[in-house]
Design a protein around this ligand. Sequence first.
Ligand code: PRX
Length: 649
Amino acid sequence: MSANIESHLNENRVFKPAKDFVKKARVQSLAQYRTMWEESVKRPDKFWGREAAELTWQTKWKKVLDWKLPFAKWFVGGKLNVSENCLDRHLDGVRRNKAAILWEGEPGEKRVLTYAQLHREVCKFANVLKRNRVKKGDRVLIYMPMIPEAAIAMLACARIGATHSVVFGGFSSDSIRDRIADCQASLVVTADGGYRRGSIVPLKKNVDDALKDGASTIRRVIVYRRAGNEVAMVEGRDVWWHSEVEQVDAKCPAVALDSEHPLFILYTSGSTGKPKGILHSTGGYLLQAYATCKYVFDLRDEDVYWCTADVGWVTGHSYLVYGPLACGATSLMYEGAPNWPENDRFWKLIAEYGVTVFYTAPTAIRSFIRWGDEWVTKHDLSSLRLLGSVGEPINPEAWMWYHERIGGGRCPIVDTWWQTETGAIMISPLPGATPTKPGSATLPFFGVDAAVVDDEGREVGVNQGGKLVIRGPWPSMLRTIYGDKTRFRKTYWSEVKGCYFAGDGARRDKDGYFWIVGRIDDVLNVAGHRLGTSEVESALVSHPAVAEAAVVGRPDEIKGQGVVAFVVLKTGATVTPKLRDELRSHVGHVIGPIAKPDEVRITEALPKTRSGKIMRRLLKEIACGKAVTGDTTTLEDLSILAKLSASGE
Ligand code: PRX
């Protein structure tokens, strides 16, 4: 943590919003931001009540907020439907025939869905769900490639009040099975396969493997034909999307749902145990997704907005589907990899579609830098007016490259800090108001009372590191961990009294700007993906040769963090040259390819305290190739240190 703080402390460049950007922006000065922020935090009922009035409600709320720490209810008594807000309300005016989704497949196919067309497809698929006995409150698992049907399935669930749980297409069959078991889903929506870097990801096969023990709660699997790869259809369980859609009509009313009705569950890694099902609501979630799109991306009807995240992550939920559609924006969706067929696919897409607002992750930016400027300069990126970053701290070098090479020096950058749990952006510049500093997420969004505190909950001084907390509720906050209120309270609301804390360290500079350092718990951030060290460890020990494992992160130039595993083998297991690869593939198989360790170190023992706790600090230092520093007096067996340092490949 301290190394990161020091490298950022020398960063003192400031970029003011350009005059012509300010003129058109919704919030046009820091003073205006501060007045609005004060009101939003002191009078949330007034601020959020006004914002919420921009959405369509079937019944107006009676009370804006009901807060009994740690449980919040927003817009009590209000009824609305998310799909109606994303679709129907745009159909009466000029947006009716405006593009809602511009889609390009990795092999190059193109599709455009206007708001009227998207509405029709969502209504039809909602009827398909009903035909397959999905009712309000049921859970539906969505395991799809990046095709419009992923958004259609999500919106169709929202239309009838089913709660969706999207699983990222890169996760394994074991991950699908665990999530189904946790949320007791009754139906899966999937595709035969999806394209990624020229090959086909066998999605349907992964679903089949997840369901093969027969003990699942799944009654029905709906399969969209995308890649044309061969799939096995199980009689009585599996049906084709296309033939189902032919059996239904295109009218489906949007059900009036309580503002607190669960819209979705999204699983994410924590520092202990299995991934947690983060539960989001209807009214509060939609409102903050909408309001952040409006203020942070300053979205306009004429924008072509592109968020590169996969729908399987929270960024895909809030900023590919719900936020932009609630704003009536035109969103670009691209199925595949940024380097397919060549390293300039993203720049080609921006030039071809005239993208104006572009939102991506620092890990992608660092890859672009490595691939070389020549891939960028051959394309005309002059349509861009605003850039965004999300998922991990953006280092000042990457920020500057993004600003100069992609933004041509004229586009503001919004570095947005938030989490699966927060549902929507929490700390970010407002592009027409906030002067930016490379590497800082700057100031809290409206309604967000963020602070940096010590272990006792006291605010720390200027430029001192501490825990990043949120004091009090916000509309899109997670409502609970699905099925586990105790874990919800313990994980998020008990570390710092009265505050929400979810694992990040930060400091504030003399201007009150937040500089996020990254996770200070046992969660890794690998290429913008969250991974629990304990998850990777339990995947490793499920291999027959492994007795014990400890996993730590080490800095990685492109991915932010890489995964290093220290593994103790069972007596009798032999170290063969293939074993390390086998262990890597095993983790890939259990969790998904993103979790594969970069390095596996086989060792005789792990460094432990006398009470048996693994000394991760030592392992981190060894993984980084550093000399072990600091106190080792609690280490049970000092000779382990020398052996560990020699355990590298
Ligand atoms: O460590 C923070 C980092 O990503 C974590 C949240 O990961 P996830 O729930 O997967 O959501 C990612 C997309 C919102 C945070 O705890 N993080 C996210 N955005 C930033 C960030 N760290 C620094 N700066 C950011 N802008």
